[in-house]
Design a protein around this ligand. Structure first.
Ligand SMILES: CC(C)(COP(=O)(O)OP(=O)(O)OC[C@H]1O[C@@H](n2cnc3c(N)ncnc32)[C@H](O)[C@@H]1OP(=O)(O)O)[C@@H](O)C(=O)NCCC(=O)NCCSC(=O)C[C@H](O)C(=O)O
Ligand SMILES: [Mg+2]
Length: 279
């Protein structure tokens, strides 16, 4: 595996509102690779304190997958208590919304991995520095906030956001961090969701944030490695091994050029396939 990949797959990261006990109760069993208990935009100001208590209770239980908390943003009246609660409760990672300043992230000196949300124009421009901060595990796109801030119009192909999406991938990958794509709002539109997952994977994202149980399997499939893809990777590696044994450093396999980087990529695919099967 290259340094740009996570040791375990993060194909789907399921947001769960911190003030919805039924959803929290269901979350561990829904097949998502990680769960994000949300204290930010999914929770109204008057429910923040209750939601924080509910999330604290939930974190005391057993979680079969990594569980993160999205705390309220830096400078809000809730940020400090959210963070203290999540850290004390032993969360696996903190999701920090609307990150714009690498120095502010650095100053937190967190003892758990931080997932920085890039969802403002300034955040996009600062993404390379934010991704470079030690302790930042990955960048998550917040496309709703970003579209609002940029005054873009809805577009099924996300053309107005493509520059920002690629900037996030580029920044994360440059520093060996994990880029995670934004949520897809229409939970009834399975076709649109699948299209957006495929686009995100093509752009280089490692996984997708999702908001509904019905989106988990689609994200896992789109960002996972199928049995067929694993078999293709095995065949490529076999051809490469044979080529190297003959002292070759470039060979045609099924009519297409392969070099060391293709073998590395095939190995990475197999590692991901095996890791997903272990889950
Ligand atoms: C989107 C929803 C509001 C839809 O809710 P609803 O219509 O009630 O869903 P269903 O009736 O279809 O639910 C069926 C059952 O599934 C459970 N459920 C629903 N959503 C979740 C979930 N996210 N996690 C776990 N379980 C869930 C329901 O409890 C039902 O269970 P049962 O009672 O047994 O039938 C809703 O899905 C929802 O609230 N989703 C999460 C929204 C959220 O977290 N938003 C904040 C993060 S996204 C964001 O902020 C964007 C970003 O910052 C940006 O800028 O882009
Ligand atoms: Mg947002």
């Amino acid at each position: 595996m290259t340094s740009n990949e996570t040791p375990r797959p993060l194909r789907s990261l399921l947001y769960v509102p911190g003030d919805k006990p039924r959803a929290i109760e269901k979350a561990p069993g829904l097949g998502a690779d990680a769960v994000i208990l949300d204290l930010e935009d999914a929770v109204a100001p008057e429910h923040k304190a209750d939601a924080r208590r509910d999330v604290q209770d939930a974190l005391s239980g057993r979680w079969p997958v990594p569980v993160f908390v999205r705390v309220n943003g830096l400078g809000t009246e809730w940020e400090h208590e959210d963070r203290e609660m999540a850290l004390m409760a032993g969360v696996n990672g903190l999701v920090l919304p609307k990150v714009e300043d690498a120095r502010a992230v650095q100053a937190l000196h967190l003892r758990v991995p931080l997932w920085a949300m890039i969802e403002t124009p300034r955040g996009v421009l600062a993404a390379p520095e934010i991704a470079a901060v030690a302790g930042v595990a990955g960048l998550l796109v917040g496309a709703n906030d970003l579209a609002r801030a940029l005054r873009t119009r809805p577009d099924p192909e996300r053309r107005p956001l493509l520059h920002a999406l690629s900037a996030v991938v580029l920044s994360a990958r440059a520093h060996g961090k994990v880029p995670v794509d934004a949520v897809f709002n229409d939970v009834r539109d399975a076709e649109g969701f699948a299209r957006e997952c495929a686009q995100g994977r093509t752009l280089g994202f490692a996984g997708k944030t999702v908001i509904h149980p019905g989106q988990v399997a689609g994200a896992n499939a789109a960002y996972g490695v199928s049995d067929e893809e694993a078999q293709t990777a095995r065949q490529l590696l076999a051809a490469w091994t044979q080529a190297r044994a003959q002292g070759l450093s470039v060979v045609a396999h099924n009519g297409a050029l392969i070099e060391q980087m293709h073998a590395d990529e095939a190995q990475e695919q197999l590692d991901l396939w095996a890791a997903a099967r272990r889950l």
